[in-house]
Design a protein around this ligand. Structure first.
Ligand SMILES: [Zn+2]
Length: 189
């Protein structure tokens, strides 16, 4: 399924549940909208954050996942598998993983709501001058997602609210600001 369709699907779910303000809590959607149970467990493979059992209609979440943002995204990712791939039991592909990640991104950080929240910084005479990293961090808390997930969301081509230098991982207000700061740096040899 292409990006646009996945985004529309996520938006329809948010509209049906009348979500218009952050945070969007995936656990709530799983249980009340999709009728999926959440169970905390020690998954055999520590590297697996969660797993979906289609036949049991249950999402198993690794109890080692204690970060609230990561937990929210992980559950949204599994909801993505339920919505997009439940008829493909047993199959697993990198493309399916990417689709589930996209679904989670659009579900937890819908463009319209992220833009509304981001614009609040500019309306505020002090917050406007917040360093970009602090804005990303503040929005990550507001949307209950990880800093990295929010940073990527804000830098996506359809939502260029910040510029991320993926070599250093630093965020800038714009590509112009990045180039200026880089150019202004004194290099020591
Ligand atoms: Zn997955």
């Amino acid at each position: 399924m292409n990006r646009k369709n996945i985004e529309q699907l996520a938006n329809r779910i948010l509209q049906a549940e009348k979500f218009s303000k952050p945070p969007i809590i995936a656990e709530q959607l799983a249980e009340f909208y999709f009728d999926l149970e959440i169970e905390w467990t020690s998954l055999q493979n520590d590297n697996v954050a969660a797993a979906l059992s289609v036949s049991e209609k249950r999402i198993y979440v690794n109890e080692l996942v204690t970060n609230v943002g990561l937990k929210n995204f992980t559950i949204a990712h599994e909801i993505g598998h339920w919505v997009l791939h439940k008829d493909l039991i047993g199959q697993h592909s990198p493309q399916m993983e990417r689709e589930a990640d996209k679904f989670a991104t659009y579900l937890l950080m819908p463009e319209k709501i992220v833009r509304e929240e981001f614009s609040k910084f500019n309306e505020h005479r002090f917050l406007k001058y917040f360093p970009t990293d602090m804005k990303v961090s503040s929005l990550a808390d507001t949307f209950c997602v990880s800093y990295t997930a929010m940073k990527i969301r804000l830098s996506q081509w359809e939502l260029k609210l910040i510029y991320v230098d993926f070599n250093s991982g630093k965020c800038y207000r714009s590509k112009k600001e990045f180039l200026e700061k880089e150019a202004g740096q004194i290099k020591l040899f």
